[in-house]
Ligand binder design. Sequence first.
Ligand SMILES: *Cc1c(COP(=O)(O)O)cnc(C)c1O
Length: 390
Amino acid sequence: MINNLKEKDKAYIADTYARFDLALVSGKGSLVYDENGKEYIDLATGIAVNTFGVADEGVKNAVIAQFDKIQHTSNLYYSEPCAVLAETLCKRTGAKKVFFGNSGAEANECAIKVARKWSLEANGKGRYTIITLKNSFHGRTLTTLSATGQDVFHQYFDPFTEGFVFAEANNLESVKALVKQNGCAAVMIELVQGEGGVMALDPAFVKGVEALCREKNMLLIIDEVQTGNGRTGTLYAYEQYGVQPDIVTTAKGLGGGLPIGAAILFDRTENTLTHGSHGSTFGGNPIACAAGAAVLERIDETLLKEVREKSEYVFKELRGADGIESVSGLGLMIGIQTKKPVDEVLQACIRAGVLPIKAKQKLRLLPALNIPWELLKKGIETIKQAAKGE
Ligand SMILES: *Cc1c(COP(=O)(O)O)cnc(C)c1O
């Protein structure tokens, strides 16, 4: 690898990541290149981050124009890009306020703080427990790890943050039982469990959770860090579930490749955060927000329709195909259970110049929302060839 990159990485980077044997150095749209100039069709977009692929002109121009003006101000001053992005998010969702951070975990930390403060004020002391789902993923900070409903994440770092209990996905009775046993402030769910294996929740369950939250005066928090920003075929996935969240968190695709996270607050939570109750030095960074605005302005009904059409195509091509056990997900967030071991199929794809990633023991596809049809078709054909047989 170029300039002993592999050795340098091993010597100097904390050993938290098992990387593919591949260095990506450049790209354009849905094509990316390694250091030898080998071309790949990118079906992962840096884990649903590069919404319009690599070196997108719109995002690039917004970023450069903003850097030319001012790249950072701190939250001690008014700054237009973050106000503009917040206004857009509110107008397009019906939300009332936005808090900006820099990542999904930070957006969820904010949602958790809002839920606790809201419940203290609305329900009095002691009702702070937040129900999340088994197999969920909400981030890597201590508190969002605590919120994550997978035992593998609850090791080494004791004591974890208290106040989280885990219900079974698609089992309303298990949520109800936890509400009875605990003083609860909120339920927090992903509508498609991404890291958990690209599992879309059952709409009736989600509706049931919403009704329960209303009945018991709890907040409904939807973690759209991965499902948000057009990924599932609507601006946010909750629209397809016909529910009204109290907080939506998002990050990944919002900045089109720049780090940004947002906690989007609806009617019941708009006044919960007050001066000094939360903050972030980089939160609302002008460049990240300018990128966000450039991304959102292109996620219109035409693009979303195309996302849904591409999704339909992928599901139709892969469901029942030779070597494919099942296909799950929503929009362009797709999980593929192969009959062959997933790593074998994945390595065959990489050799053939196609980059999917994994979620648990599934292949996971998160292509750019504007991936050209011919690249999508080529990518899917490659996956079919790689998965073929036993
Ligand atoms: C990726 C992800 C997170 C964490 O986001 P970071 O930006 O890595 O902190 C939280 N929730 C969900 C659903 C995610 O997919």
